[in-house]
Design a protein. Structure first.
Length: 455
């Protein structure tokens, strides 16, 4: 909400014939010569549209301001649209998460979403749900929003309201969930785990599954903004929660359950679960901490940072310059190189995890220092290699399957490609067909079918 070494392979649609079946295939080919070695695909971008917020959450990384406090430096509509144009020029179907503060306080939110969707971006809104009325849900859906992430931190109204700092917040957030479900706008739940609510995790996963959530993102607090050590799990608690997430994903395969800001989940997923396609993808996809690798943040003032929890400003993108900063900024290149220090540098999981870079920085270990949130002591074994990208020698894709995959938003395409290929190999097959994609979609999403754009 993750560092893969080397450039992403470009995919050619050149047709080949599988020697065993005679089926026409498309095979991945190496990237074209001349592409920069450090060029990285921007898959996901968090865009803080405002610092204004209608809540006062104690863990807020932004230390968001009062609702009615005017910020003369906040990007206006024209500036936001110009930045969206820059994002679209960088690549294919980047997912843009519009957040705040609370993005729904901006009356131009639908205009922003409509413009981004028109440029081919996958527009998502992250909200506390307080202002997400039925009318606003329908307006966002009409503006091309793919889905919303709704923050909910307890199934106990009093506990949630206390955490969020507003009496009645829980009931309004629950109403927002109902509005999304009733209108058919896809939603996921955002749960910030603390020592106070960690015991609710199993009930929360059940709630999401039974109420139509597409995903449950479990956020671990980073000590930035208003976030304090009192909101952080200790080592034993964190290990327990991460292990529980592996088990909950097994129990509820119909939707995605994942931690955020805890890349050591890779280690636990790989070591705890029995060998399976889900385990391989969860533990060995090699994404680790995305900060600066395939992910960045733009502030409400138009400044670029490596992630929302890393405060160092890399430069302004108000008047252009996003592409140059993304490709050449020294801190981003450092993050992509992945030369971590401390125990992270000798850990056998370093190519899969690498530690949370924001967590290391926030706790005084520097951007590339060891992650103090991790309890694991390296064994001294050789590093575990990430799951390799299929080079076409193990599994081939029929042209029809490639066409179906191409309809999926780019930020999700690589993950889905890997999941499908592992599944096909486990079935003893050598080619991916549309039937495989339909089978996996039915298992994942059930009768409701995949979200819009994942058809």
């Amino acid at each position: 909400m993750p560092v893969i070494p080397g450039p992403r392979k470009a995919v050619s649609t050149a047709n080949t014939i599988h020697p065993s079946t005679g089926v026409k295939m498309t095979r991945p080919h190496p990237a074209k010569p001349g592409r920069g070695k450090r060029m990285k695909e921007l898959r996901l971008l968090a865009f803080n549209l405002t610092r204004r917020c209608n809540l006062a959450c104690p863990h807020c990384y932004l230390d968001a301001d009062a609702l009615h406090e005017h910020d003369p430096d906040e990007l206006d509509t024209r500036a936001v649209l110009q930045i969206l144009d820059q994002i679209a020029a960088l690549g294919d179907s980047t997912m843009v998460v519009l957040t705040g503060g609370e993005p729904l306080v901006r009356p131009d939110l639908e205009t922003i979403c409509r413009h981004g969707a028109g440029r081919g971006l996958v527009m998502v809104v992250g909200t506390n749900g307080i202002m997400l009325t039925s009318r606003r849900v329908n307006a966002l859906k009409a503006a091309g929003v793919t889905g919303v992430g709704i923050s909910l931190d307890s199934l106990d109204p009093e506990r949630h309201d206390r955490f969020r700092g507003l009496p009645g917040a829980w009931h309004r957030t629950m109403a927002a969930i109902r509005h999304c479900r009733d209108s058919g706008l896809d939603f996921q739940l955002h749960f910030t785990v603390t020592p106070d609510n960690a015991g609710e995790l199993a009930d929360f996963a059940r709630f999401g599954a039974h109420n139509g959530a597409r995903a449950l993102n479990v956020f671990f607090v980073i000590c930035t903004g208003r976030g304090t050590t009192g909101s952080i799990l200790d080592h034993a608690q964190q290990e327990q929660v991460l292990a529980q997430l592996v088990e909950l994903q097994r129990q509820y395969p119909e939707y995605i359950i994942r931690p955020r800001c805890a890349p050591q989940f890779k280690r636990i997923a790989l070591s705890q679960a029995a060998p399976s396609a889900t385990n391989l993808i969860s533990g060995r996809d090699g994404d680790g901490c995305m900060a600066g690798s395939h992910y960045c943040r733009i502030t409400s003032h138009g400044e670029l940072t490596a992630c929302p929890y890393i405060p160092e400003v890399l430069g302004s993108v108000r008047d252009g310059g996003l592409a140059a900063l993304w490709q050449q900024s020294p801190p981003l290149l450092q993050l992509r190189q992945g030369s971590v220090s401390g125990k992270c540098s000798t850990c056998e999981y370093r190519r899969l995890c690498g530690g949370c870079r924001a967590g290391a920085l926030a706790q005084g270990n520097g951007l590339m220092g060891e992650d103090p949130a991790c309890a694991y002591q390296p064994s001294g074994k050789s590093p575990i290699a990430p799951l390799p990208e299929n080079d076409g020698t193990q599994v081939c894709w029929t042209a029809a399957a490639e066409q179906r995959l191409a309809r999926i938003p780019a930020p999700l395409r690589k993950m889905i490609r890997r999941r499908v290929e592992v599944y096909v190999l486990e079935q003893g097959h050598v080619e991916v067909t549309p039937d495989h994609l339909r089978t996996l979609a039915a298992r994942r999403f059930g009768p409701a079918g995949p979200p819009r754009g994942i058809q």
